[in-house]
Structures are given as C-alpha cells and as structure tokens.
Ligand binder design. Sequence first.
Ligand code: PMP
Length: 365
Amino acid sequence: MSRVWNFSAGPAALPEEVLRQAADEMLDWQGSGMGVMEMSHRGKEFTAIAAQAEADLRELLAVPANYRILFMQGGAIAENAIIPMNLMGGRRVADYVVTGAWSQKSQKEARKYAEVNIVATSEASGFATVPPMTDWRLSADPAYVFTCTNETIGGVEYPFEPDLTQIGCGEVPVVADMSSHILSRAIDVAKYGLIFGGAQKNIGPAGLTIVIVREDLLGRAMPHCPSAFDYKTVADNGSMYNTPPTYAIYIAGLVFQWLKREGGLAAVEAHNIAKAKLLYDFLDASDFYENRIDPACRSRMNVPFFLKDESLNEAFLAESRAAGLVQLKGHKSVGGMRASIYNAMPIAGVQALVDFMRDFAARRG
Ligand code: PMP
C-alpha cells in the first residue's frame, strides 16, 4: 500500500491511525459482533460512541455548560438556511460580514428568510483580507452577526475572534462558519452564539454537521422550520430526533481521541502554525511562486498560491501528482494552486510539498 500526500480542501485526509483503527473495527466493534454502520442508533453500543464523541469534543474546545453540541446532517450549505430559520426569533434583520465565497453564499441564502445587512465586506480587496471590527456597521437590532472565520476558497482566516463587546454590541450573538478550521486552534466558545461546520475537512467524513449553540438561542425557530432542523428539537432529543450520520459520528469520535493523544488544541495549534510558516516563508522567499493574501489574514489551513508563469500550471500539477502530492489544483473561481493542510497533514507532508516546489522552480525557473 502506498499513501499519497493529499492536499484536498475536503473531503480531506484523515489521520492514518484513525483509518487503521476503523479498519480493525470494521467487522466487529469492540466484541459486539457487528460493525458500527450496522448498529441501531438507539442501541447501547452506538449511544456510548456518540456520548463519548460529544464529551471529547466538549473537552477539546472547552465548550461551556450552557452550550449544546448537536450532530446534524445537511452540511454547512444547509445551515445557511437553518440558521436564519432558527435564530431570527421575530427580528427583521440579520447582519453578515462578507470575506469570500462562503460568506457570500451564506448571506445570499439568508435573504430567503431575513432582511440582510452587510456589516462589512473585503470585496474591494478581492477578498484578500478581513475587515477590522472597527469598520463593522451593525444594524440597529440584528438577530445575529454572521461570520465565516476561515474562507476555504480564498485562503483567508480571521486573525482575531469576533468579540462584539469591543464595539459595544455584546448582546448580539455571533454566528461562525468554522467548517474549514474548527479544531485547528484554541478558541473561546463563549464569544459566539453559534458555531457550525461540516465535518469533512478537519473532523471526519462528509455527512456530519457539527453545531455548537448557546442554550438561550434554542426554541426560536420559525413555524415552518423542518422539525429535523429545529435546533431545540435536535437538542431535546440528544441529536437523535432523526437517525444521525452514525458512521461519520464514530469516525469523528476517533479523530477527537487522536487530537487528545496529540496533546489537545494548544499542541495542535502550535503544529499548525509551524506547518503554515514553513509553506508561507517558502512562498515569500520565492520569485517563482506567490500568495496574494494580506499576510495578517492568511489561513493556516488553506494556502492558495500561484506560479508567476501560469503557463507552467499543467506541468506543475502533472509532476506533483507523479511525485505523490495530490489535489493541489486551486478552486476554479480562483485558479492557480491551493494546498489544504488540515490537522491530519503532518509537517513531513508540507516539507515534501516545499521540496517538490523548490525542485520544480529550479528546473523550470
Ligand atoms: N462553508 C465553508 C467555509 C466551506 O469550506 C464549505 C465547503 N467547502 C461549505 C461552507 C459548504 O459545505 P457543504 O458542502 O458541506 O455544505
């Protein structure tokens, strides 16, 4: 067997230890005589798996007791509708910070359910930065302020946690799409009303959506909100109102245990800083490649870069693939290349990429 260095933006590489454990347990989970995919979600085996996964996630992110963790389906794009359906609570306006393709899509979807006010946008910079909070113009009484704290396509990450107390609006809940950097760094959950993300980048398989929501925001859903997407219904039923994505929850649970063995989020964050520094320092020192994002807002997880001579793109992709480095093609809306280096990518993988890029530049430069 030979594994490649996989730089996919998602679904993305998983820790090899986790895949090996899942393989070992495929036919017989811990002496139960069945695999996890075959278990009733209400049986004692699976309820133990789900409870452990939730407890480990709560511990890793230090989620306060007044927040509920929900395991849902639908992905982050469905949450773009589910969030206003649950949080408008009779208010008229929802506020959005637009920093790239994903928050743009979120505000567009919200317009079906709310009047949307754009609090700030970095569009004028080509979405290369994050507008500082001093430039945010909240509406008079917004139901919430929506942020996407890591823009997967643009490669832009908030260099600060959105803390509305700093601009005198601490009572407004902050919603954050953390799909592509959740668990990559320590965060202060108490700064947010709701955190959500699809699992398929930094957590586990596609099909699982994580929602972490402050309890006082439950019970406000619009009457036509589907029951399976009403946060209160999901919370009251321990994420088992409908059948949850059981296998994805199991794999996510193995990833949470792996993160704990790695030393928790402080250790994981230090590792991610070192990985990102290795790649960005190389890009900055090169006259063959470039990254075009404001250095203060560069994502540690998604690193878009360009060859200055774009006629070499196809050769770069073909040769990198032959060298065992895959999924480096940039998103079609941006072009160029993108290396996604989530938690499961070891520094050896980033080093292999830098070594290849240096060699390619020497040969073609
Ligand atoms: N938000 C962000 C930040 C993402 O990276 C993605 C997936 N690339 C989405 C939303 C959409 O996720 P899904 O396709 O799982 O709905």
